[in-house]
Design a protein around this ligand. Structure first.
Ligand SMILES: [Zn+2]
Length: 73
């Protein structure tokens, strides 16, 4: 069985700043999660968030960025 070469997404948590609440975003992964070192990554919707390697996208949470949900499909 061959592995499909689909783009994988990681879940990343943005920080709350000003009126913007902290949300889960999707980050396109171009390297193994093992090599993600906790730096801030550009999310699909264009904000910066820190990848949480404990989480997989889609996140089973309610505070998920609606733009990333659409873009990660
Ligand atoms: Zn987002």
């Amino acid at each position: 069985m061959s592995t499909p070469t689909l783009t994988t997404h990681a879940a990343a948590r943005s920080r709350a700043h000003g009126p913007t609440a902290a949300l889960w975003h999707a980050v396109e992964l171009h390297r193994p999660v093992a090599e993600v070192d906790g730096a801030c990554e550009l999310t699909l919707c264009g904000s910066l968030a820190r990848i949480d390697v404990e989480q997989v996208w889609p996140v089973p949470a309610r505070d998920v960025c609606p733009a990333c949900v659409v873009l990660a499909r």
